[in-house]
Design a protein around this ligand. Structure first.
Ligand SMILES: [Zn+2]
Length: 265
């Protein structure tokens, strides 16, 4: 493992090993008895004689248990010094494995990985970036807008919520006029996350709020333009996350003061 020619690939190799031991934890287990030493820790093929490598899968028979754990511990520590995002990236590659399941493998010399693994943030490689989330929030609001404030003329009939009725407006008072694409939340998330809408007219809103006639072609082209502006491809989860975060910050002063971060869920 310390061979100099592997040095440039240190991070990559450490990542492969880490994934390997998570997905094939049997290589980490210490043999239970004498007989287990002749059994391949990877494929469980059993040899009658003493051999170096498994005749079936080629795995080095003695590379297992605590000896392997110690080697891996050193390798991963060195790799993490070079690339601190290693664990976070790997975590993103195998999102279907919950932390508790993965961390069960981190015992003995590898126990320190438990905390590193749980701490590693998602999404990987992307530090907390409020500007990025606000851009998503702003795009969502633009897509979902149904009304916009507009100044009234003197004497124009204006609905007043306080009296639950209409009265003549004073000049310059604001009224809400229908404006914007009026997308529903799910549609807006679809547009931003690159969903392809079927060409042709999009059905109107189920809640009856008026909106302009929209077509699949239009939504697809808006989606492409927005993604280009944002400069990266968005996932549905990320759009939802940013949207919820934005609404929370707008709606709650304590959340603003505490500098609340975008949560995974
Ligand atoms: Zn084998």
């Amino acid at each position: 493992m310390n061979n100099a020619k592997y040095q440039p690939n240190l991070v990559e190799r450490a990542g492969q090993w880490l994934r390997f031991m998570i997905e094939r934890p049997s290589v980490l287990y210490e043999p239970e008895d004498e007989a287990a030493w002749g059994r391949c820790s990877l494929c469980a093929w059993e040899s009658q004689e003493k051999i170096e490598r498994c005749a079936l899968c080629g795995w080095p028979i003695h590379l297992r248990g605590e000896r392997l754990q110690r080697e891996l511990s050193k390798l991963i520590r060195r790799a993490l010094l070079r690339d601190t995002r290693l664990v976070a990236r790997l975590k993103d590659e195998i999102p279907w494995l919950p932390d508790d399941v993965v961390c069960r493998q981190f015992t003995g010399p590898l126990a320190w990985l438990d905390a590193v693994w749980r701490r590693a943030g998602k999404p990987p490689g992307r530090p907390y970036d409020p500007a990025r989330h606000w851009r998503i929030v702003a795009a969502m609001e633009m897509l979902m807008q149904t009304h916009a404030p507009s100044p009234t003329e003197e004497g124009e009939p204006l609905f007043d919520g306080d009296i639950q009725g209409t009265r003549p407006a004073r000049a310059g008072e604001l009224k809400l006029v229908p404006c914007g694409y009026g997308l529903m939340l799910r549609e807006a998330v679809g547009v931003l996350s690159g969903k392809l809408f079927t060409p042709g007219p999009i059905p109107s809103r189920r809640d009856g709020i008026a909106r302009p006639v929209l077509t699949g072609e239009l939504l697809n082209s808006i989606g492409r333009a927005l993604q280009k502006q944002l400069g990266y491809r968005l996932g549905r989860e990320e759009v939802f996350r940013s949207w919820r975060w934005g609404r929370q910050l707008r709606g709650s002063a304590p959340a603003r003061w505490s500098g609340s971060r975008v949560r995974a869920r």
